[in-house]
Design a protein around this ligand. Structure first.
Ligand code: GLU
Length: 424
């Protein structure tokens, strides 16, 4: 009956393989809803599109684009769009599935979706980037919409790209469809607080977790992998709480300073140099040595499968805060748990971004906009409430926070599935 999907070939450490194992682990806690679990192991819909554009030099280039809607039992699809040379259908499927879990874990009225283009955007001019974004948006236009599926920023996408997506969709439909994407610029229906929301959520869940394990943030040593929007925003908040950001790593290099970086210097350095590499206020580290750094908190905020079992064995941190999606492979997750390292999993830790995306979408529909304080107060309340429910579930069943998050989320998704029933 339920044969594995023919169009992907997951392995133990690949994103979809990792996700499937996470789902398998939750089955014992689903009771009668386990009957529906197979629905989580396949995407509802996956669209592959060709994105041809004219390059500035007159050549025609083709890029491979995707939009995957994993589950829509609880509402329209929701999730970001990623531009990266390593994007694959399998990766986008896993990212879409993690969005279903994440959105349900914080109880947003959304299903899960994700998109991506297999491209290195750094190799494109601004005009080429715009043409690619607009053609991609037109191609996936047949399945996205304010009530169908709402894209947002992810790796290498930003408010400007969301503005082009919103404009393209609006032009194609003859409307002003602000609600079709979130993470837009403020004067196009964007929300205050959205840019820093994911980092803020990482900090808020991290602060709660630290409190529960008796780790004082004042003076705590923090290492951050990925110094993009998520990693840098989280680092700023930890620094404000008195923590020392002692190590950082991105595609440009790895840096270390036992006394903590001066973020007032590091942030502009990253802006002008495109990454942390070469920052004068720190010493350079070999890539692999980053994982040996003496720290209390490790924040992987880059890509998937970064914490492998070998790295999990060496990690010095007491607390791992998953700013990225899928940064820890399952074997590493087990090692961390055996070693008593607490992991706040991606599907709750980085849910701050999509939570403020939800606020943005609600504000767009009502054409009434909230203050940044209102946004942050509501965000903190949702994140803290969601984490408490997950923590109680973990305590009750003696399971990890990851399996507990899946338990809370899958119960919500599959209850909706059951109540709606199968059609026809
Ligand atoms: N890309 C972000 C994530 O992985 C945000 C998605 C959204 O706001 O829809 O959660």
């Amino acid at each position: 009956m339920n044969e594995p999907l023919s169009f992907v070939h997951p392995t133990a450490d690949s994103p979809w393989g990792t996700y499937l194992m996470q789902v398998d682990r939750v089955v014992p806690y689903l009771g009668h809803l386990a009957r529906w679990v197979e629905t989580l192991k396949r995407p509802k819909r996956a669209l592959i599109v060709d994105v041809p554009i004219e390059m500035d030099d007159g050549r025609v280039a083709h890029f491979e684009g995707y939009r995957v809607q994993h589950n829509m039992s609880r509402g329209p699809g929701k999730g970001g769009v990623r531009y990266h040379p390593d994007v694959t259908l399998e990766e986008v499927m896993a990212l879409a599935a993690w969005m279903s879990i994440k959105n349900a874990a914080v109880n947003l009225p959304y299903g899960g979706a994700k998109g991506g283009i297999r491209v290195d955007p750094k190799g494109l001019s601004n005009k080429e980037l715009e043409r690619m974004t607009r053609r991609y948006t037109s191609e996936i236009g047949i399945i996205i919409g304010p009530q169908q599926d709402i894209p947002a920023p992810d790796v290498n996408t930003n408010p400007q790209i969301m503005a082009w997506m919103m404009d393209t969709y609006s032009m194609n439909t003859g409307t002003t469809a602000t609600g079709v994407v979130t993470g837009k610029p403020i004067h196009l229906g964007g929300s205050l607080g959205r840019v820093k929301a994911t980092g803020r959520g990482v900090f808020v869940t991290g602060r709660e977790a630290a409190r529960r394990i008796g780790l004082d943030l004042d003076g705590a040593r923090v290492a951050v992998q990925g110094f993009g929007n998520v990693g840098s925003s989280a680092a700023e908040l930890f620094a404000q709480a008195g923590s020392k950001i002692v190590a950082a790593q991105d595609h440009t290099g790895s840096i270390f300073n036992a006394g903590g970086f001066d973020l007032a210097d590091l942030m502009p350095w990253v802006k002008t140099h495109g990454g942390v590499g070469g920052f004068p206020g720190a010493e350079a580290l070999a890539t692999e040595d980053f994982w040996d750094v003496a720290c209390d908190i490790m924040i992987p905020a880059a890509l998937e499968a970064q914490i492998t079992s070998a790295r999990a064995m060496r990690l010095k941190a007491r607390l791992v805060l998953e700013g990225a999606n899928g940064p820890t492979v399952t074997s590493a997750d087990d090692i961390l748990s055996e070693r008593g390292v607490l992991v706040v999993p991606d599907v709750i830790c980085n849910a701050g971004g999509v939570t403020v995306s939800y606020f943005e979408w609600v504000q767009d529909f009502s054409s009434f906009f909230w203050t940044e304080d209102e946004i942050n107060v509501r965000l903190d309340k949702i994140m803290i409430g969601a984490l408490k429910k997950i923590w109680d579930t973990a305590d009750k069943h003696r399971i990890t926070l990851r399996t507990a998050t899946f338990a809370v989320a899958c119960e919500r998704i599959l209850t909706a599935r059951e109540e709606r029933g199968l059609y026809p």
